[in-house]
Ligand binder design. Structure first.
Ligand SMILES: [Zn+2]
Length: 364
């Protein structure tokens, strides 16, 4: 075998089609040092997000929030397109299981939606990710894995993104479920991915034995504990109506706006670093502390919401106790974070502190 010399290498490098190569790699890597974005401009983005008040969705002229079913003509139009049958099946399954589901955004996006198959093996090899689909909120193009075993799961996951996305061209902002893509930053992606996968599982897991429950495992867990605070019906509605602001309003009943924003930032940062082996292990402490803050937020908010319901006469004392116990049961004591065991044991302390606060408060 010829030993390659430097000329051969540089000639070879020139032959690589970098643009095509870049197309294959999803630019999802954010590098964090000490738990914070490494590059200054990325840091600014996060600071900006933290202080940034997203415009209310109702301020955007939008044709949405009217539930309807598809007309026969619309169905025929969908069937003409590639994967049309799968799309119709998606619509029918959701409406069958939840007749109140607001699919207005899906109907809005469907006429211009394109769906392609894509081979993710290469980007997964490079990034050690388990990508199997993506959806471009601006171009309304969904790409779904060619891998037959994962096709359905990937297809439905991306269609949930399509069903919850509104792109404001003028402002260049994508509203997508609980996520916002601003020209200079992203917020809510962790919770949004987790909830999107929860919805995929809830509506379609029984469709295939090949369903993998391992995607977005932390995000799903956080989003499901969040849903217990807000309520399933409300949370699904907010998701389909891409109403992050509504979600924040709901949470303000039991948490401060700053804490809600920190929670969103923590779950966003975690989604970038928690699976990413290229992020140094020195960061493990920082990752774990963000996991802990996230769990603390969820526990505190849940318990406060229960006391609020009690004070409004919506639940009894017994129900309050039972609910808090069952919330605790649903939390794991140990979490495996990149191979390290992490013990969460703040529940009792938070519960005690909050019950003390309630009992100290003057009775009216
Ligand atoms: Zn997704």
């Amino acid at each position: 075998m010829n030993k390659p010399n430097i000329d051969m290498v540089t000639q070879g490098l020139q032959k690589i089609n970098y643009k095509a190569l870049l197309d294959k790699i999803k630019p999802i890597i954010f590098l964090y040092e000490n738990g914070e974005p490494r590059r200054k401009n990325q840091l600014k983005k996060y600071e900006l997000e933290h202080n940034f008040h997203p415009p209310l969705i109702t301020e955007i002229s939008s044709p949405m929030i009217i539930s309807k079913t598809l007309s026969e003509e619309e169905k025929a139009q969908i069937l003409k397109k590639q994967f049309g049958e799968n799309v119709l099946y998606f619509v029918e399954t959701i409406l069958d299981k939840n007749p109140d589901a607001n699919l207005s955004l899906l109907y809005e996006n469907l006429p211009t939606l394109d769906i392609f198959l894509k081979n993710y093996n290469f980007s997964n090899m490079v990034l050690r990710a388990s990508n199997c689909g993506d959806y471009n909120t601006k171009t309304n193009i969904a790409r779904v894995t060619q891998n037959k075993n994962l096709f359905s799961q990937s297809f439905y996951h991306e269609l949930f993104h399509v069903s919850s996305t509104l792109y404001d061209k003028q402002e260049d902002i994508s509203y997508s479920g609980f996520c916002r893509f601003y020209p200079d930053g992203i917020t809510g992606i962790g919770i949004n991915e987790g909830y999107t996968e929860i919805m995929t599982e809830r509506y379609f897991a029984n469709e295939t034995e090949l369903f993998q429950p391992t995607f977005y495992i932390y995000e799903k867990f956080f989003a499901s504990k969040l849903e217990e605070i807000v309520g399933k019906e409300k949370m699904e509605q907010l998701y389909f109506e891409t109403d992050l602001e509504g979600l924040i309003e709901e949470l303000k009943q039991c948490a401060s706006e700053d804490d809600i924003k920190s929670f969103l930032i923590n779950t966003d940062v975690l989604t970038h670093v928690i699976y990413n082996d290229s992020v140094s292990f020195k960061l493990l402490d920082k990752i774990i502390s963000r996991v802990e803050q996230t769990l603390d937020f969820l526990v505190e908010s849940y318990i406060k919401m229960q006391y609020k319901k009690l004070s409004e006469g919506l639940i009894t004392n017994q129900e309050l106790e039972d609910n808090i116990l069952s919330y605790e049961d649903g939390l794991n004591n140990t979490y495996n974070i990149r191979g390290e065991e992490y013990l969460y044991n703040n529940f009792a302390e938070i519960n005690y502190r909050l019950s003390e606060e309630v009992h100290k408060a003057p009775r009216r």
